[in-house]
Design a protein around this ligand. Structure first.
Ligand code: GLT
Ligand code: MN
Ligand code: MN
Length: 387
């Protein structure tokens, strides 16, 4: 692992959540296996391994029932450590899933008192993030869902979620925070069904908001791959509609629980296409890792995990450069481009009648081999390191 080309620097814009490197390895069947790492130690660890920033939920940084003086002490100490190490806080979020009060959801809960508390908790988390200059506010509605559809109508849930988002956008404006909200989808877990199960479901919902320009998405690899979807396609659609505000990089075996594995550790080819997409479009956001170390790891293993996420990203970035510079690949791409010669253009009665009377030799068109096998093999050889 000695190649310095793959050594991360803050310019690479790699970020981690406090909850990622701080993950203690608990799962539904087992107790924590690692000691709690105090937030300021996590900041130092991230600086040591070459990350750019750290992100947090309100409760990750300030334990939920902290008295005001304790909150201020924690915030001041964290700020000082960020300043000392140069670690930034580009994103903040709110925990609306852990506390029992959210067992029936937060913004979509049937009890209006729960919905009001969820809004209050979110506004306070926005205040906290703003103290650190965070520009993106992620909302993952982990409890916004059901085990039984007997309890609530889906349109009611959607309407409540919309009302909350509209409220928070107004709060953002009134405080002059300038946050961009990034909605994070997940199909299930911890609820049997979570509303807005995919990134693309959120993209449709955002269009119905009063301040839709303020709201985008935070796609996560694991959450798209759980139901077997393509993360890169979700990211590309979000980017194409100007809605890619943040990204959660990790990995996942399809069809299983949310694994949050080290980036690139399972889906080599899909991860490559994802990195290639982000780099080709020169996406200017953070490369955030929402993953955690295996339960087998100690503190050193956590560093191995975090370094591995970044190193793999940089390796894929280098592979993408090789792909773009490959003469053999270029030749096939030129042939693909040459087959795209005359666009139909916009509708007009004239163009429609021309098109209606045009003759197509569909057998001849379908005879030409498209060379995608060769193109994919060339891709694989780059990935496998023989080219
Ligand atoms: C939680 C979840 C993640 C979200 C985090 C932000 S919290 O760890 O599993 O996918 O991105 O709320
Ligand atoms: Mn996530
Ligand atoms: Mn996840």
């Amino acid at each position: 692992m000695g190649n310095s080309t793959y050594t991360p620097t803050p310019e690479d814009k790699f970020t981690f959540g406090l909850w990622t490197v701080g993950n203690r390895g608990a799962d539904p069947f087992g107790a924590p296996v690692r000691d709690k790492i105090p937030p300021v130690h996590i900041v130092r660890l991230l600086a040591e391994i070459g990350a750019y920033g750290v992100n947090f939920h309100d409760d990750d940084l300030v334990p939920i029932d902290s008295p005001a003086a304790e909150r201020d002490r924690i915030v001041a100490e964290f700020k000082q450590t960020c300043a000392d190490t140069g670690i930034k806080v580009p994103m903040a979020t709110v925990n609306l899933f852990y506390e029992p009060v959210f067992r029936d959801g937060a913004f979509t809960a049937n009890d209006s008192e729960v919905r009001a508390y969820a809004l209050q908790k979110t506004m306070r988390a926005m205040n906290l993030g703003a103290e650190f200059g965070a520009g993106v506010f992620v909302l993952w509605g982990g409890r916004e869902g059901v085990e039984t559809d007997a309890c609530r109508s889906v349109p009611d849930a959607i309407k409540r979620f919309r009302d909350s988002l509209n409220y928070l956008c107004e709060y953002n404006i009134s405080q002059g925070y300038g946050y961009k909200f990034a909605l994070e989808a997940k199909p299930n877990e911890p609820r049997a069904d979570i509303y807005f199960p995919t990134t693309t479901a959120y993209l449709a919902f955002i269009e119905t908001l009063e301040h839709k320009e303020m709201v985008g998405v935070n796609p996560e690899v694991a959450h798209e791959q759980m139901p077997g979807l393509s993360m890169m396609h979700a990211v590309a659609q979000a980017w194409e509609s100007g809605k890619l505000f943040h990204i959660d990089l990790n990995d996942q075996y399809p069809g299983r629980y949310d694994q949050d594995l080290r980036f690139g550790s399972v889906s080599v080819k899909q991860s490559f296409w994802l990195v290639k997409f982000l780099e080709d479009v020169e996406w200017d956001g953070m490369r955030h890792f929402d993953a955690h170390a295996y339960r087998t790891e100690d503190h050193e293993g956590v560093k191995d995990f975090a370094r591995g996420c970044m190193r793999t990203y940089l390796i894929f970035k280098e592979k993408a450069r090789r792909w773009n510079e490959s003469a053999a690949i270029r030749e096939i791409l030129d042939e693909i481009a040459a087959s795209d010669k005359d666009a139909i253009g916009r509708f007009s009665p004239d163009s429609a009648s021309t098109l209606l009377s045009r003759t197509f030799d569909r057998q001849a068109i379908a005879k030409r081999g498209l060379k995608y096998e060769k193109l994919d093999q060339l891709t694989m050889e780059i990935l496998l390191g023989v080219d």
